[in-house]
Design a protein around this ligand. Structure first.
Ligand code: LLP
Length: 424
């Protein structure tokens, strides 16, 4: 895993011992590796650009701290946004609006006007009524809005029901037959220009076939569209190694996506989030109490479902291991060490008053004690970004490591912060 290694019984993020960082910044803490973000971005960019002209638009929703956006912007990355707030972040981070694709499901007038003012690359449009509205607002502002129609290709991405987006029963996109009608009425929309066709089938998609199918359908549809179309946007969703799954290499995704797009003479936009950020971040928590019942051992930690909701929401698997341990992990994430030692089954649980606040059940782990710190891996994507202060737990801090230096890129919230926006 880029950026995280076990050395001498201890977890390191780049050149720093994770335990030492947490001793200084406190627990729970999100810790990110700058190198991991940039390496994964560059790997993706290279895999796709080797085949076709590609704009990588990092999906801001998955990990949106402006420090991270700034690093990616400086590396040349574009951005996929889903709200005015995300565009605000991108601009604050120095991102280039001309590399921004706006994929919001129910964009408000305020958001559309802001995006038009900033001059974004593309509005990914989800309905004819939205197209009418963008056309109206662009007209009022004396602008022509670049748009892509988001197609619902009715392709099964074979992922979790809650993260499938490309089936006809999902709220996303426009079905082909209807999209054809919209295209035939385009000449009545004077203030938009159809620049692209967009599709996003789900996340994570751990095989290439659903992409091949969706791209094939979209490229067939494009044959019936005006030749103003420059881009095919195939969304995000590339898989991530959380545990033992087989995830296609970026080159394999590129082959089935970029190859046909190149053959059709179009440029490509991709919107990866998880595959860049996921393994660039961990969540560290501290064991508060060990409770052994007749049937189970519980490690109760200070991080909870409010910090990382994925296990509670999607039954997601996250690899968990102590930050300091004589036993080494046996996981594909750490091929450099050989798993060993005495392990015991235990549940790692958080402090929230919900039965779903459980990170793992009956997981084989080294024996832990009160005060030990544990890392929850692959938490960089949809970790902090989906966190909340539920149960009035202040949200954790975020730390970015660069070589042998670290920076707190978001302060831990305080109890005062919890009530700051409330009026007495
Ligand atoms: N583009 C669009 C239009 C999207 O809806 C998404 C994700 C992406 C790109 C980025 O997908 P990625 O490359 O990150 O897989 N919270 C869930 C995932 C929700 C994904 C939402 N849309 C999770 O924690 O698994």
């Amino acid at each position: 895993m880029i950026g995280f290694t076990y050395q001498n019984d201890e977890l390191f993020c780049e050149d720093l011992a994770v335990n030492e960082i947490v001793e200084k910044v406190g627990s729970p803490a999100y810790i990110y590796s700058k190198k991991a973000f940039l390496d994964r971005y560059n790997m993706l960019q290279q895999a796709f650009s080797a085949i076709v002209d590609t704009t990588v638009c990092y999906s801001v929703k998955c990990c949106s701290n402006i420090n991270i956006l700034r690093e990616l912007a400086q590396a040349g990355c574009g951005f996929d946004i889903v709200s005015g707030g995300e565009l605000f972040r991108v601009i604050k981070a120095g991102g280039d609006p001309s590399k921004v694709a706006f994929a919001g499901v129910a964009k408000t007038d305020v958001e559309i006007k802001y995006a038009l003012e900033q001059g974004i690359m593309l509005f990914n449009v989800e309905s004819e009524q939205e197209l009418e509205n963008i056309n109206r607002l662009a007209g009022e502002m004396g602008k022509v809005a670049p748009v892509a129609l988001r197609i619902n290709p009715d392709v099964d991405a074979k992922t979790h029901a809650k993260t499938t987006t490309g089936k006809k029963e999902n709220k996303f996109g426009i079905e082909f037959a209807y999209a054809m009608q919209v295209v035939s009425r385009l000449s009545s929309f004077k203030n938009v220009v159809l620049k692209g066709i967009d599709v996003h089938i789900g996340s994570p998609v751990n095989s290439t076939e659903p992409y091949a199918e969706a791209v094939d359908r979209v490229l067939n549809f494009i044959k019936t569209c005006p030749d103003t179309i420059e881009y095919v946007d195939t969304g995000g969703g590339f898989g991530l190694l959380y545990n033992e799954e087989n995830v296609p290499a970026f080159e394999e995704y590129a082959k089935v996506i970029a190859g046909p797009v190149k053959a059709a003479g179009k440029k490509l936009i991709i919107e990866p989030g998880r595959s860049i950020a996921g393994n660039a971040g961990i969540l560290v928590g501290e064991v508060q109490y060990v409770k052994k019942t007749g049937v189970k051992t519980f490690y109760k930690i200070d991080a909870g479902m409010n910090d990382l909701i994925r296990p509670a929401m999607y039954d997601a698997y996250h690899f968990i291991w102590p930050v300091k341990s004589e036993e080494m992990p046996d996981c594909k994430l750490f091929p450099e060490v050989e798993g060993d030692g005495l392990l015991m089954p235990a549940d790692v649980v958080g402090p929230i008053c919900e039965s779903s606040d459980v990170f793992c059940k009956g997981r084989l782990l080294p024996e832990l004690e009160r005060g030990d710190k544990i890392a929850i891996f692959s938490a960089g994507a949809y970790g902090f970004a989906m966190s909340s202060s539920y149960n009035s737990h202040p949200r954790s801090c975020e730390v970015l490591v660069d070589g042998s230096e670290y920076k707190v890129i978001r302060k831990r919230e305080t109890w005062e912060d919890l009530v700051a926006a409330e009026e007495l």
